[in-house]
Design a protein around this ligand. Structure first.
Ligand code: KG4
Ligand code: ZN
Length: 314
């Protein structure tokens, strides 16, 4: 069974190829057009997807060694995401489906992030405590299966990746800056400027990141603005931000694990690429004697087409 997965939900044009459950290609073209605007511009994204899709499609098939007439199914992200960006992918899939006489399957992007975390996992993982941490979502989940799940906690405002990106921008790190901010944090002292971890006493499983982001902005202002910051100042702010962001998340995961008995933790989304967060979630899982599953490679954490094809194979 040869499945092509297409994701154009945000600013990555991606096409993946999955053959009998194995990922054979996962091509991702990240738009550079948005950096100057400090965030993703929906109509720029739509145009970039339309331009990139034929090229990314062709390279993915070439990488996988697949001819168009061998394709059995085209899977495409239908939601959630930026409407004009999603439209570009669905339209391209519809055209290809018609041209090649192949069926189309519409896929939920968040199912994709979770499917990436379960790639090549054969053990029984459900019921699982799921976590989607990306630029658009922060959700804690009770998962009975990949698609049968309830949201048991979520952000009340910004997603964790969005907070990373905004603080990175504040420090002049470009967009999206989550990975760059995390690198700075490696060299920083989290105790120099303690930033607040939100929602620790809220009694529920929700999180919040807008207060942390605002506190980071006030801190930079109180130090005279970003131009006045030394590299070490930036590292110290990044370290504080990251410690507070993790503390909120880990507190809520721990609470979820105490409330119900889970067989595993399943973590997907761009922020799941963060090695420090991974190791802290792994320790938490270990203390409950359960495994934690993450996407096995960086390209499977951020938005990608292979994860969409993986959902369609189920
Ligand atoms: O899943 P994704 O590609 O897109 C959405 O569906 O939103 O996630 C992108 C997010 C961005 O906010 C980016 O800054 C963040 O993931 N990110 C990271 C890291 N790598 C990517 N955040 C923290 N640490 C990282 N290493
Ligand atoms: Zn995503």
């Amino acid at each position: 069974m040869i499945i092509i997965g297409i994701d154009t939900s945000c600013d990555d044009t991606s096409v993946g190829v999955v053959v009998n459950g194995e990922i054979k290609a996962n091509l991702i073209h990240t738009h550079t057009e948005h950096a100057a605007w400090g965030g993703v511009v929906p109509n720029l994204a739509k145009r970039a997807h339309e331009e990139n899709l034929p090229l990314v499609w062709a390279s993915a098939l070439k990488t996988a060694g697949i001819a168009e007439n061998e394709i059995d199914l085209i899977a495409v992200t239908s939601e959630p995401g930026l409407a004009p960006a999603l439209w570009a992918g669905r339209n391209f899939a519809a055209q290809k489906g018609q041209e090649l006489n192949v069926p189309i399957k519409e896929i939920n992007h968040l199912d994709g992030h979770l499917a990436a975390a379960l790639y090549k996992v054969d053990d029984e993982v459900f019921p699982a405590c799921g976590l989607i941490i990306s630029g658009g979502h922060t959700e804690l989940l009770h998962m009975r299966s990949l698609i049968d799940r309830d949201i048991i906690g979520q952000t009340r405002d910004d997603a964790i990746g969005e907070a990373y990106d905004k603080v990175a921008r504040l420090l002049g790190l470009g967009f999206p800056g989550g990975a760059a901010l995390s690198k700075l944090a490696d060299e920083g002292d989290a105790n120099r400027f303690p930033l607040p971890a939100a929602m620790l006493q809220s009694g529920d499983l929700d999180v919040s990141y807008s207060g942390l982001k605002a506190a980071a902005a006030r801190l930079v202002e109180s130090l005279g603005g970003v131009e006045k910051l030394s590299n070490q100042d930036k590292c110290d702010i990044a370290a504080s931000f990251e410690r507070a962001a993790f503390k909120t998340l880990l507190t809520k995961i721990e609470r979820a694990l105490q409330q119900k008995s889970y067989r595993s933790i399943v973590v997907g989304g761009g922020v799941a690429a963060n090695p420090k967060l991974r190791s802290q979630i792994e320790s938490l899982a270990q203390s409950h004697s359960i495994p934690a599953h993450f996407p096995p490679s960086l390209d499977l954490c951020s938005d990608n087409g292979a994860m969409v094809a993986l959902v369609a194979k189920n």
